[in-house]
Design a protein. Structure first.
Length: 264
């Protein structure tokens, strides 16, 4: 068992600079790339992952999404952590936001799957399908407790596979370990004009990560309230179902009490 499986869950395109950076990180490793082309979530993750797990020589799985900005030399540093699941944070939609909600001990409740290294045994032990987009994990700060609970969706939403993966691991006392170094993300602003020599694509690079900035807005007042709530947290509670004090209106959670809850 000496092979690193590299999962490329592309839905059809990949930034050439990302691939160049990935190949540089893989230099010196015995690896095999397990490709996914033109498949939707979560198949673009599940199909190559299951193929990799069938290979008896694979000992670990590296997932690299097709739009990452990968820090030089980071893969070897991730292996040096000697920990089952290690990941990088990165901006999600804007400079200043993030894909990770951190606990106080340097681990994550969940992360993005942009660049994540996972021991094969962890994936083999996961319930199937490993990557799923039909389960949301809702979160709120109630008093001094950070509360999580799963919610089955009747309509599949974007993403969610990464949050569910992290919460399953955290609930089983194998939280994802975060590297101090962050990655970045490339965004396609506009396709280059066809049939001209200078028709290059317009690509924006996001490189600024705001710690724990997983809320859906960058509005300063909302960020202030959210950070104030996180500072209060002294306990964690992971529930198996929607708590009795929560009700939903148009998919949005509401608290039945006096408003002493804040939502992530």
């Amino acid at each position: 068992m000496d092979k690193l499986a590299v999962i490329l869950p592309s839905r059809g395109l990949m930034f050439s600079e990302t691939f160049e950076e990935l190949l540089a990180e893989l230099e010196g490793f015995n690896y095999e790339i397990f490709w996914s082309h033109g498949k939707s979530l979560p198949d673009c993750f599940n199909d190559p992952t299951e193929q990799a797990l069938k290979d008896k020589n694979v000992f670990a799985v590296l997932i690299c999404e097709d739009d990452m900005i990968i820090p030089k030399g980071i893969l070897r540093k991730m292996f040096m952590q000697n920990y089952p699941v290690v990941a990088l944070d990165y901006p999600f939609k804007n400079n200043g936001d993030s894909t990770v909600l951190n606990d106080p001990n340097g681990y994550a409740y969940w992360t993005g799957t942009g660049f994540i290294l996972i021991a094969k045994s962890i994936l083999e032990a996961m319930p199937r399908p490993i990557w799923r987009t039909d389960t949301a994990w809702d979160t709120m700060i109630k008093g001094d407790t950070l509360v999580f609970w799963p919610r089955k969706l009747t309509k599949v939403a974007y993403g969610l596979h990464d949050v569910n993966f992290g919460m399953v691991l955290y609930s089983q006392s194998v939280p994802i370990k975060m590297m101090a170094k962050n990655a970045g993300q490339r965004k396609l602003v506009a396709l280059g004009q066809p049939k001209v020599n200078e028709g290059k694509h317009d690509i924006k690079e996001l490189t600024i990560v705001g710690r724990d900035m997983v809320i859906k807005t960058m509005e300063p007042k909302a960020i202030e309230i959210f950070k104030r709530g996180l500072k209060r947290v002294k306990a964690i509670q992971i529930l198996e179902q929607i708590p009795e004090y929560i009700y939903y209106v148009d998919g949005q959670a509401h608290y039945k009490g006096r408003g002493d809850a804040e939502y992530v």
